[in-house]
Design a protein. Structure first.
Length: 123
């Protein structure tokens, strides 16, 4: 299942942000618990050039759980807190209501704002 998740990674923000989705359907297809997807976040963050990684998981209760990992100046914690979550500077998470697509948009927007701030500082 982890390899399927990593195959579906999308890269944004000039290569600094990578995101992937793990669904209940994928877990059922592989005959594993969705918790097995947790191992994918570190592989996503290890992609060359990636500074911020997000893994989105849907759930039977209608919530979307998002694992966030970052490195260097990027702050997973800042993104998580801005959306009602928490954690540590480089390892955080948030649980969001709404669809998987809405969660992806919310997190991606917050990461893009952080990325834009770093781009503007570098000018």
């Amino acid at each position: 299942m982890v390899s399927r998740i990593v195959e579906g990674v999308l890269i944004e923000c000039d290569g600094a942000y990578a995101r992937a989705v793990a669904t209940m359907e994928m877990a059922a297809e592989f005959g594993v618990s969705l918790v097995e997807s947790d191992r994918a976040i570190e592989q996503i963050r290890s992609i060359s050039g990636v500074q911020f990684a997000a893994l989105f998981r849907d759930s039977e209760d209608g919530l979307v759980r998002v694992s966030l990992r970052s490195r260097d100046q990027y702050s997973a914690h800042a993104v998580a807190v801005s959306l009602g979550g928490g954690g540590h500077r480089h390892a955080s998470g948030v649980t969001l209501t709404g669809s998987l697509e809405e969660a992806v948009q919310q997190v991606s927007r917050a990461v893009a704002e952080q990325h834009q701030g770093f781009a503007e500082e570098g000018k």
